[in-house]
Design a protein around this ligand. Structure first.
Ligand code: GLC
Length: 398
């Protein structure tokens, strides 16, 4: 995916309950009570342009929106079921409003669509890991339910302009490539994730900073700002900015895209904890000056002193050392760098040039006690100024 940074938005009836996007199942809310809550949905302060402008300010290129979550409630004007936004107090197509705002500001729009559906009477699928609830298990009929999915996907992919990616959620564990074929007929340019009826185009590690240095397949890692929920939760435990920043750097340095999620409140606004974290990620991302876009792995056999963890990428002949967990001191010492000679170094966090130095290192001595030779060192790195974020160093070679 050439777009590296996106905003994930979980918003629906569950936002009113303010505990978890799967509250219907997790707190055994009676269906009648949930349906009543659905009809009360009235986000009077919803202004999707605000979301889009926030995403833009953070350097994000796309927004992935929960059109339908596991509760089966549809956030668009659908003809396929009455269980939709047009039958709430709000009675406006929130997806249409969002797609208009995206188009106006050049933001791409992606659709999240849940395979589990706790409302549709034919949708009961015992193979699914999230089939916690069903209104009527006896009516289970996957063929019928797939027709319903197709009818909904058709609306979503024809009435809202270009859709960038399709984020199926919860693999149904039913292999049926005709589903994605249908999606591609409707929208040939679309990228499809691996949580649908086949492996799709890209993988979706979730709330995970994967091991390794490089993704083997097109990957979009998703992460929520809140530890407990994807949807708005009043008593949320937010991830530290430190943790989030190190995850975005590692995932992007591995070649992945990063989809960061916030759950708007029932009134349609993000709370301050959420906005602050989006902005912190955006601020760091923009300071990286685009070096995470189209960066290839730099497989030169580097050997660095010390225990700093890093990933090396390259772009336009320069190498970028991503110290995603920060640095342990104000210098980085290279024992080996494939015979290359550095010309200059720069701290991406600040844009400032860094000092190169070629002295042997007395602190790292050889077995006979003599000072250890290094190929070169990069020194005077403002580690204490940037102790809350990953440190990225650019090296230009001679
Ligand atoms: C998990 C959760 C689901 C959420 C999704 C986002 O699958 O179960 O509720 O929407 O993550 O990727």
């Amino acid at each position: 995916m050439s777009n590296k940074f996106g905003m994930f938005i979980h918003w629906g009836v569950y936002s009113i309950d303010a505990r978890h996007e799967q509250a219907l199942a997790k707190y055994s809310i009676p269906f009648e009570e949930y349906d009543k809550m659905a009809m009360e949905f009235n986000p009077t302060e919803y202004d999707p342009e605000e979301w889009v402008l926030l995403a833009k300010k953070c350097g994000m290129k796309y927004i992935t929106f929960t059109a339908k979550h596991h509760d089966g409630f549809c956030m668009w004007d659908t003809k396929t079921t009455d269980y939709n936004i047009m039958n709430t107090r709000y009675a406006k197509d929130v997806l249409k409003m969002l797609s208009d705002a995206c188009h106006k500001h050049g933001m791409l729009l992606s659709i999240y669509y849940s395979n589990p559906d706790w409302h549709h009477e034919n949708a009961y699928n015992p193979l699914s890991s999230h089939q916690y609830r069903a209104r009527n298990k006896d009516a289970a009929d996957m063929d019928k339910y797939k027709q319903y999915i197709k009818a909904q996907i058709k609306e979503l992919l024809t009435n809202y302009g270009e859709i960038y990616t399709l984020f199926w959620d919860i693999p149904p564990k039913i292999y049926d490539p005709s589903m994605n074929e249908y999606v591609r007929e409707l929208m040939p340019s679309i990228l499809i994730n691996n949580r649908g009826f086949d492996e799709g185009d890209f993988s979706t590690p979730e709330r995970e900073v994967p091991q390794g240095k490089r993704f083997e397949r097109m990957t979009e890692a998703c992460q929520s700002l809140g530890e407990q929920s994807w949807g708005f939760r009043e008593d949320e435990d937010y991830y530290s900015k430190r943790y989030l920043l190190s995850s975005i750097d590692k995932i992007m340095a591995m070649g992945g895209s990063y989809l960061i999620n916030g759950g708007p409140m029932p009134n349609g606004k993000f709370n301050k904890d959420t906005t602050d974290r989006f902005l912190a990620l955006g601020d760091w991302y923009l300071r990286m000056g685009g070096v995470l876009l189209d960066a290839e792995a730099d497989d030169t056999g580097y050997t660095l002193a010390g225990k700093n963890e890093y990933i090396a990428t390259k772009k336009n002949g320069k190498t970028y050392f991503h110290f995603y967990n920060g640095l342990i001191s104000s210098a980085v010492h290279f024992f080996e760098c494939g015979g290359k000679i550095p010309k200059s170094a720069r701290l991406m966090n600040s844009g400032e040039p860094l000092r190169l130095c070629y002295d042997p290192l007395p602190g790292l001595s050889n077995p006979d006690g003599t000072a250890k030779e290094v190929a070169f060192s990069i020194k005077d790195i403002a580690v204490d100024t940037y102790c809350d974020e990953p440190v990225v160093i650019e090296v230009e070679w001679k």
